[in-house]
Ligand binder design. Structure first.
Ligand SMILES: Cc1ncc(COP(=O)(O)O)c(C=O)c1O
Length: 395
């Protein structure tokens, strides 16, 4: 491989959200324990981004900055090249992240008490941003059929038809179960939303992280009849590990909707460095991403093999996309409290507990595998020691 995915960059004391949280929870945590929770990567930043930013800092001032033609071209070219659709320049609405965007957009298009439809288990912030706006969460639980997650379309359609349901937030690909939805599934979702006048907020933040053999279908590549009832959230945050740069592009094809969002948001621009980082990522770092995906796929196979060898009864959802492995530990028969305690205190495995993702998440763990393989291996070995001890003591 041309790029280095093996070197762990220590982040204690550097302001990393999850590393700092861990240290404040346990000040004695050894330096080699890496939290495998919050979805960012433990990889070095793509060199083209680092070098590009250094050069930019050398050559310019950091006064008020707006998006340049080069910025728009980098994003539009990326969507055309990697995803086969071309967002129009006027569709762009920028936010410092998808979570703040969703929080704002829900506020624009709902009033307190309105229903927001989500498919659980799903990224927990969907619930939080809706509830922040006083909305009621309407959950349609995914079905786990023959080892594969599916949308319960009967339930989804019934809930979308409710008078109080005004918005649906879709996670495509789906965090945490790892599904990359098919064209048929996406059309069905979009049709149901359209028929019921439920505005579809489609979060495609994980769309660049697709495992070999799978293909992400962007909503905006489907029939134009969906455009007025749809907005799509995109960001290089997951793709290139740029969450700390705080840049997202929301594509809102309908002009009235777009104006309503912009009017309520008021004047806004990203910061000077984030505009440039997005450009260096999408324009100059594609090769890095292809290698990162291959490396993550190697981690995926490594982890699956580990569980298959030691714990064949453990179900792992096929990680078709994202870098988040969704692992079912029900077979050990632990209570939720026991499981959480074992993972944190015995295995020192700081992952995300499945229950935070809503109905259907209980008993599962979400393991972030975007890290050097030796980090993943050490974590799985600690998990095995803790699980074996639990099984022995229970016997
Ligand atoms: C589905 C999904 N949407 C949004 C985000 C966060 O987006 P941002 O950092 O742009 O607010 C995450 C982060 O894990 C995510 O998984």
């Amino acid at each position: 491989m041309k790029y280095d995915f093996e070197t762990l960059v220590p982040r204690y004391g550097k302001g990393s959200f999850k590393w700092e949280e861990l240290r404040s929870e346990d000040p004695n945590i050894p330096d080699d324990i890496v939290p495998l929770s919050v979805a960012d990567m433990e990889f070095k930043t793509a060199p083209a981004i680092v070098e590009g930013l250094k050069k930019y800092l050398d050559e310019t001032s950091l006064g008020y900055t707006r998006a340049t033609d080069a910025y728009y071209e980098a994003v539009i070219d990326w969507m055309r090249r990697r995803h086969g659709f071309e967002p129009k320049r006027e569709w762009f609405v920028q936010f410092s992240g998808i979570v703040p965007a969703l929080r704002h957009i829900i506020g624009v298009f709902t009033k307190p008490g309105d229903g927001v439809l989500i498919m659980t288990p799903v990224y927990h912030q969907f619930r939080m941003v809706a509830e922040h706006n006083g909305c009621e969460i309407v959950e349609s639980e995914l079905l786990l059929k023959d080892g594969k997650y599916e949308i319960d379309f009967e339930d989804f359609a019934a809930k979308a038809a409710r008078d109080d349901v005004k918005l649906c937030i879709l996670c495509s690909p789906h965090n945490p179960v790892g599904r990359v939805w098919t064209k048929e599934e996406l059309c069905k979702i979009a049709d149901i939303c359209l028929e019921n006048n439920v505005y579809l907020l489609d979060d495609e933040i994980h769309s660049d992280l697709i495992m070999p053999g799978y293909h992400h279908v962007p909503m905006l590549s489907l029939d134009e009849k969906y455009h007025d009832n749809l907005l799509v959230c995109t960001s290089p945050g997951k793709t290139f590990n740029l969450a700390g740069m705080q840049a997202s592009n929301i594509f809102v094809p309908n002009a009235e909707r777009r104006e309503a969002i912009e009017k309520a948001r008021g004047h806004f621009s990203l910061n000077a460095l984030s505009y440039k980082a997005v450009e260096f990522a999408y324009r100059d770092s594609e090769e890095w991403l292809d290698e990162a995906i291959a490396y993550i796929d190697g981690n995926r196979k490594f982890a699956i093999e580990f569980f298959r060898k030691h714990y064949p009864d453990v179900f792992i959802s096929e990680m078709e996309g994202t870098y988040l492995l969704w692992v079912d530990l029900h077979s050990f028969g632990m209570t939720m409290e026991e499981q959480e305690k074992l993972l944190r205190e015995k295995a020192l495995l700081y992952v995300d507990e499945g229950y935070i993702f809503g109905k259907g998440g209980e008993g599962f763990e979400r393991i972030n595998i975007a890290c050097p393989r030796h980090v993943l291996e050490a974590a799985l070995v600690r998990l095995k020691t803790a699980l074996d001890e639990y099984v022995k003591n229970k016997a």
